[in-house]
Design a protein around this ligand. Structure first.
Ligand code: ADP
Length: 287
């Protein structure tokens, strides 16, 4: 706030209703004004970060409470049944109940792992040249069981090197390829990963295409929001965090992610990453 009517009372009143600083015209200087503006911008940015973190934490707690409840209820039911059967000397269902207990425990474990990946994914990491063909190799190794189960085909072009953080890029591609296999009702899921140069020639545009169930056109932005899903757990299991994690990772790498799809027509997920060599060149120019 800038005023010629300075008094301490006015300053206090202004701060109370949201002014972040108070500059009196008589004592104004370029340096002072600069400092006041910079302070205000920094303060607002911090406040925004704090607000969005709080919102995220709230969402987290709500999901945890909601999604953990069902498996916990099942665990409680199965252990009661187990208890009753053992007391009655009936051992016929023990194996089945134990297997159900294991499945439900695994569901909670999976939920906690995904929540942790989203909440604590590192932000202060060093970027380096990363070969995306190597990233894809790790992804197919990590998904080998699921790929074998569905007899999925994962095809790719020659993939370039980008500037990034290896483990996060593996997570990014793994979530997209994993979804391509999961959300597919064809006999054989086919996932194709290709790359092309972006218009500015500094980035690569990667495309992960599948032959799956597709996404309604009006839901394409919705699915990137945390915890937003189009199907119930009984149809396709998940937490609704996979694409939100992808978005977080791509944003952190200074790129963009989006999807093109229609119900029943497969999906194409695109993301951009900076070319490794160009990034190195501009670092040299700057230094
Ligand atoms: P999750 O798979 O755990 O539900 P995601 O954040 O990865 O969470 O995806 C959000 C939603 O977007 C999914 O629940 C699904 O409805 C939809 N979706 C994601 N990927 C695909 C895909 N390749 N094909 C069809 N639908 C998809």
């Amino acid at each position: 706030m800038l005023t010629g009517q300075g008094s301490e009372d006015v300053a206090v009143a202004a701060m109370k209703v949201g002014a972040s600083d108070y500059v009196i015209k008589d004592t104004i200087s370029a340096v002072g004004l600069h400092r006041a503006i910079n302070n205000a911008v920094d303060k607002t940015k911090l406040q925004q970060k704090f607000d969005s973190q709080q919102e995220e934490q709230e969402l987290f707690l709500r999901t945890l409470l909601h999604d953990a409840r069902a498996p916990l209820r099942h665990i409680s039911t199965f252990s009661e049944l187990l208890d009753a059967d053992v007391k009655a000397g009936d051992h016929s269902n023990i194996v089945e109940y134990c297997s159900d207990l294991k499945i439900e425990t695994k569901r909670i474990q999976g939920l906690l792992d995904t929540l942790a990946a989203y909440a604590f994914s590192e932000s202060d990491v060093t970027f380096e040249p990363i070969c995306m063909a190597d990233v894809l190799q790790s992804v197919t190794a990590n998904l080998s069981l699921r790929i074998a189960e569905r007899q999925a085909v994962v095809r790719h072009d020659s993939l370039p090197s980008v500037r990034g953080h290896g483990p996060q890029l593996i997570q990014l591609l793994q979530n997209l390829v994993g979804n391509g296999i999961k959300y597919c009702d064809a006999d054989q899921p086919v996932i194709e990963i290709t790359a092309s140069a972006s218009d500015d020639n500094r980035h690569h545009v990667f495309k992960v295409q599948d032959n799956g169930i597709g996404i309604p056109t009006d839901r394409l932005a919705y699915v990137f929001q945390p915890f937003k899903r189009l199907w119930s757990q009984d149809v396709y299991e998940g937490t609704g965090l996979g694409l939100a994690i992808c978005q977080k990772i791509v944003k952190r790498h200074g790129g963009r992610i989006w999807c093109e799809s229609q119900t029943g027509q497969g999906s194409e997920f695109f993301f951009t990453l900076e070319d490794a060599d160009i990034a190195e060149d501009s670092k040299l120019l700057v230094s």
